[in-house]
Design a protein around this ligand. Structure first.
Ligand SMILES: CC/C=C/CC(=O)SCCNC(=O)CCNC(=O)[C@H](O)C(C)(C)COP(=O)(O)OP(=O)(O)OC[C@H]1O[C@@H](n2cnc3c(N)ncnc32)[C@H](O)[C@@H]1OP(=O)(O)O
Length: 295
């Protein structure tokens, strides 16, 4: 095993294959390279097709805390610079869930410093995903509220499982406000009128409803989600990459630049907003309602 390089986190080095994380496995096969770490993001790179599958793996609900977001960001950075990688499928390793969104416990009774660090990690993960040169597809095999919906919307294409699962930006129901860049992504996905309704109501949609407003692109039985994504990828992979990337970049640049130009202000705003007494009270009540659901 290579010695860790100074100035580089062990986590980052592990993802770059320089060190083997304690207790983790780095396995390399002829066609698949899987970076399986004790962390919460699994990357399986198929070097024959150039398609990487990135699975969120933080059971029970893949809530996005500082660690998950940091790992996701690093995984995306690594794939971005891997010349053999052409496409990325974002999926979940936890059954019945894509992601429950941001970890509410990161926002409840946290310190302002932790809130800022957490928000920066979210900003970076999102900038890497929305700004990726890769073809990105979301395989939504379960619930996908709030931050989970943001991740899915930030991909180029979404396939969702039919049935009881829900997707949407439900922030207002928690007494919080979707940040401007969540709104921008939703505007780019479903248009102004639907976004106004969706955000004010904190709407969570069934897969069929999401399909009808263009929030997802295809709805299929659960077992068909991955095969459908793989089939769709074949179409996208046939398009000359440079032309596709320039088109994608030109359509997303304004939204990406809007956040890039005010990252620190946005992080500070989040920390101040989330620590307001009224917001903390709403979050406390929402957490209690999640607990009560079980009893
Ligand atoms: C300005 C900031 C913007 C914020 C954007 C956000 O992302 S805020 C997060 C919003 N997320 C939600 O509103 C989702 C809340 N969760 C649910 O509705 C359900 O958990 C879900 C996803 C439908 C899954 O239901 P299921 O019945 O399968 O699981 P259960 O509710 O029993 O949850 C299991 C345990 O996970 C805890 N949990 C759920 N969601 C979160 C979360 N987002 N953050 C932290 N923890 C979460 C839940 O409380 C359960 O915990 P337990 O200790 O087992 O009781």
């Amino acid at each position: 095993m290579a010695a860790p390089m100074r100035g580089m986190s062990v986590l980052r080095q592990a993802f770059q294959g320089l060190v083997r994380p304690a207790g983790g496995q780095v396995c390399r096969q002829v066609q698949h390279r899987c970076y399986s770490t004790p962390g919460h993001v699994q990357v399986d790179m198929n070097s024959e097709t150039g398609v990487a599958t990135v699975r969120l793996n933080r059971p029970p609900v893949n809530s996005l805390n500082l660690d998950v977001l940091t790992e996701l960001s690093i995984a995306l950075e690594k794939l971005e610079t891997d010349k053999s990688c052409k496409a990325m499928v974002l999926a979940s390793a936890a059954p019945g869930i894509f992601s429950a969104g941001l970890d509410i416990l990161e926002m409840y009774q946290s310190t302002p410093e932790r809130c800022v660090a957490f928000w920066r990690a979210l900003q970076d993960a999102w900038l890497n995903l929305y700004g990726s040169r890769l073809i990105t597809m979301a395989a939504i095999e379960g619930h996908s509220p709030a931050g989970g919906c943001l991740l899915a919307m930030s991909c180029d294409y979404r396939v969702m499982a039919e049935g009881k699962f829900q997707i949407g930006l439900n922030e207002t129901k928690l007494g919080i406000v979707a940040p401007f860049w969540f709104t921008d992504v939703m505007l780019n996905t479903i248009g102004h009128r639907e976004t106004e309704k969706a955000l004010q109501l904190g709407a969570l949609y069934s897969a069929q409803q999401a399909l009808s407003i263009g929030l997802v692109d295809k709805v299929v039985p659960l077992a068909e989600v991955m095969p459908t994504v793989e089939g769709e990828l074949k179409n996208w992979l046939q398009i000359p990459a440079a032309a596709r990337v320039i088109t994608k970049t030109s359509m997303r640049k304004a939204v990406l630049d809007r956040l890039r130009s005010q990252k620190e202000k946005d992080a500070q705003f989040f920390a101040d907003f989330i620590n307001r007494d009224s917001v903390q009270k709403s979050l406390g009540m929402y957490i209690a309602s999640l607990q009560k659901k079980k009893n």
